[in-house]
Structure formats: C-alpha cells, structure tokens
Design a protein around this ligand. Structure first.
Ligand code: TPP
Ligand code: MG
Length: 344
C-alpha cells in the first residue's frame, strides 16, 4: 500500500521533513526511478538557472522563470506514458527536455528563432502557450480525439492559478467532464498571477474545489513534493485510461522568483515569505529525502549537475551558431495577400 505522510489537512505529501514528519514512499518506484526523477529535476533547474544568466548576458530574450516548480513538471511527466501529450504554458517552457527535445530548440524559442518551433507530434509536446489558458481546450480536444479513435492516450494541460479565472479554462474543463475526455488539468497554484495574489483572483477556498462544479475529481497536492505530484498524476492517468474522464490537480506551491525577467516583484512580494519558501524548495527537499534513503551522495549529485550543465552549454552554443533567420518569415505565414503597408 502507498503511504502518504500526513501533513496539512488537504495537501497530499509523501516527502517528510527529516524530523517530525516521517517520509512516505510511493509504491512501484524503485531506486533507479527515484534517481531518474532527480535527474529530471536537476536538468530543469539547471535549464532555469542558466536561462536567467543567458538573459542577463543578452543571449536570450525575456524569460519566464520556473525556479521551484520543477517538482510539478518532473513529477507529472514521469507519471505519463511516452505516447501521452503535454500542453505547456510559458512556465513549463523546458518540459520538452524530459521528452528528449534538445536544449538548443528551447533556447531558440526564447531567442525568437524559428529553430525553436517543433512538430508537436514528434515529442508529444504542444507549443509553448503564452495566452493564458487557451491551450486547455486544445489539450482536452486532443484527449477526446484519442478516445474517439480508441487509443488509450491521455493529455496534460499545465496552467497557473490565474488561468482558472479565464473563459478558456472553463470551456476546457466543462468539455472534458461532459465528454469524459482522458485529460489531466494540472494547475500550478504559485499564489500569483504576475502581481495579483490568489486572494484577489478567486473566492473559492481552494482551486481544486472548482472541479466539483464541473463534475470531476479535484485533488490538492503539495507542489513542492515531487513524489506527491507523481502519485496524484499517476492516479489521474489511471482514471483517464479506465474511461473515467478528467481530473483537476491543484499543485500548491509559491512563486519564489519574479514572474519573468521583465518583472520587478519588490513592489508587491513578501520578501520574508520568499526566503522561507526558498529554504523549503522542491529540489532541496527531494535531495535530502534521497540522502536519507542512502540513494544519493555528493558524488552522484555532482555527476548529475555536471551532466546537466554540459547539456545547457552545448545547447546555447548550438542555438547561437544557427544562421540568422530570414525576416520575411514574420510575414510569410500571416497573409495570403500582404497589405499595402507591408509591401516593400
Ligand atoms: C489571455 C491572456 N490575458 C492576459 C495575459 C497577460 N498575462 C501574462 S502572465 C499572466 C498571469 C498568469 O498567472 P497564472 O495563470 O497564475 O500563471 P503564472 O504566471 O503564475 O505561471 C497574465 C495575466 C496573457 N498572457 N494572456
Ligand atoms: Mg500563478
């Protein structure tokens, strides 16, 4: 039987704190699975930290930081099958790395280079969506289509707390429930929609509660606990494959970084809270858990870190070595007949 460490009335957790809260475990996850999960988290963390540096060096454009959200991304992707589809928002821009997408491709996306476009079918990863929540109906439509074809594939849409106030979220969630689409709606509740706090966003007590209105299960997990996210997603995937329809997962976390590199959060953020949350961030928690189990030591951690750094260095170099794109491309897929003002 799976054990879930009790901590907090509703938030599901597996990882303890090494002191008063005991560690749980997830049934079916062996040592090598745990190390794989760790590798994925380090890869994402390294991507994110390097991206901030590359932005400051002028090597990529405005960048949406996901520091502290790696557990949500890695935990959920590891619970999927290879054929299942991922629909990321800008906050999950590097999630394709977990599907074998080259770092070069994602760096190119942030550089505004066409080499950053990919065929979604190749990795089963939809394009990075900047308009809030518009990919929720896409993910649900794909899942429904797969169901109509008799395939057992499911899809996951990633979006934020702010997205749950959007019409597209409502349309997607309602449609998913009505059609019993094999979709997982994964909300990263990081407490902020740019400078708007959750309390100014909704009167709902929890975002998982919204699931009730659509007639689907709503699950609340600790978004800093990679194993809790994994387990909740695995259950949602099993429901989807069994024909039981969609699940809304609310992964509760906290945004410890600016919304994006163009944002100055000092005007609205609670600096003390950010410091507290940074001390309890997801990678550190999983790192300590693996140390307690005797699965991870400094040598392995250093090897994983170095490997990820190597991937990033090679990725940015490859992206920078690409020839400049043809400016005509901006227009070539936009107009059958370019308007007079654009004809040169
Ligand atoms: C349809 C739409 N409206 C407004 C915006 C501007 N905008 C960009 S990010 C953002 C906040 C989104 O917050 P949330 O859904 O919580 O995601 P997070 O940034 O926290 O990951 C807004 C309103 C947008 N990108 N798309
Ligand atoms: Mg948010």
């Amino acid at each position: 039987m799976t054990q879930v460490a009790p901590a907090g009335p509703e938030l599901r957790r597996v990882i303890g704190d090494g002191e008063t809260v005991a560690d749980g475990e997830v049934e079916g996850l062996g040592e090598s699975d745990l190390v794989d999960l760790y590798r994925s988290m380090v890869l994402l963390r390294t991507y994110d930290e390097r991206s901030l540096v590359y932005h400051r060096q002028g090597r990529i454009g405005t960048y949406a930081i996901f520091w502290g959200h790696e557990a949500i991304q890695a935990g959920s992707v590891h619970a999927l099958g290879d054929a299942d589809w991922i629909f990321p928002s800008y906050r999950e821009s590097a999630i394709g790395l977990l599907r074998g997408m080259p770092a070069e491709t994602i760096f190119s996306w942030w550089r505004g280079h066409p080499a950053g476009w990919w065929n979604p079918a190749r990795y089963r990863v939809g394009s990075i969506t900047v308009p809030i929540a518009t990919h929720v109906p896409h993910a649900v439509g794909l899942a429904w289509g797969k169901k109509l074809r008799g395939e057992s594939t499911c899809s996951v849409a990633y979006f934020g707390d702010g997205a749950t106030s959007e019409g597209a979220f409502h349309e997607g969630a309602n449609f998913a429930a009505v059609m019993r689409a094999p979709a997982i709606l994964l909300c990263n509740n990081n407490g902020w929609a740019i400078s708007t706090p959750l309390a100014a966003q909704t009167r709902a007590e929890t975002l998982a509660d919204k699931a009730v209105g659509y007639g689907m299960p709503g699950v609340r997990v600790d978004g800093g606990d990679v194993l809790a996210v994994f387990e909740a997603t695995r259950e949602a995937v099993a429901r989807a494959r069994a024909g039981e329809g969609p699940t809304l997962i609310e992964a509760v976390t906290y945004r410890c970084a600016p919304h994006a590199t163009a944002d100055d959060p000092s005007a609205y953020i609670d600096v003390e809270r950010v410091e507290q949350e940074r001390e309890n961030e997801c990678l550190l928690r999983f790192d300590r858990y693996l140390h307690r189990l005797g699965i991870l030591d400094e040598a392995l951690a250093a090897e994983v870190r170095d490997e990820a750094l190597g991937v990033m260095r090679a990725g940015i170099q490859a992206a920078e070595a690409l020839p400049a794109p043809d400016p005509e491309l901006v227009f070539s897929h936009a107009y059958v007949e370019p308007p007079e003002t654009l004809r040169g």
